[in-house]
Design a protein around this ligand. Sequence first.
Ligand SMILES: CC(C)(COP(=O)(O)OP(=O)(O)OC[C@H]1O[C@@H](n2cnc3c(N)ncnc32)[C@H](O)[C@@H]1OP(=O)(O)O)[C@@H](O)C(=O)NCCC(=O)NCCS
Length: 173
Amino acid sequence: MTTQGTPESIDIRPVTAFDLALLGELHAAIFRAPWDQPWSAQSFAEILAMPGAHGWLLTSGETPLGFLLARFILDEGEILLTGIAPVARRRGHAARLMRVLIESARTAGLRTLFLEHAAGNEAAGALYGGFGFSRIGRRRAYYERRGGGREDAITLRCDLAGVRIPHQGGPLE
Ligand SMILES: CC(C)(COP(=O)(O)OP(=O)(O)OC[C@H]1O[C@@H](n2cnc3c(N)ncnc32)[C@H](O)[C@@H]1OP(=O)(O)O)[C@@H](O)C(=O)NCCC(=O)NCCS
């Protein structure tokens, strides 16, 4: 999937085994807070080896800018992790990855998507809220932070029959 006629040529494609090192580098560039846990190429390999695991990589030309990992099990799916390089944020890239995910989930016959994000992550809350995810719970002290401390997780659910697709008409529609 490639956008045409835009200043950036954005492509989203499934992750392959050749992308593992690159995903580790992208993760380090995205999750830079002192409390973030690093993910190595091996971490990505293990996640993508899980049954039902899917991954997509978003690139601009040759430059990788973001990724989304999810897992599909029967008629339910879970977003495991997504992120966009700091230099490329607020250009609709995470929304593009979400649209690819939702299209794939529907094609695979999924009915519901779940995810959790850190309670303090307002950008994530706004992104998923925009697609119609609604809050179903809070897990106290769910995330362990490097260097100590813990943070609550907010759990979200989206019924794919009623999903909203914001940014209609934009690239990759
Ligand atoms: C959250 C994240 C993935 C958003 O990526 P992005 O490409 O900048 O998001 P988009 O440009 O597609 O934005 C889509 C919508 O999300 C919301 N949003 C994104 N960033 C936001 C921010 N910093 N503050 C408030 N809302 C935000 C907005 O509603 C936005 O729509 P709009 O631009 O029309 O207002 C990105 O900030 C990121 O990688 N953060 C670090 C990693 C992370 O938190 N991952 C998610 C948890 S797993």
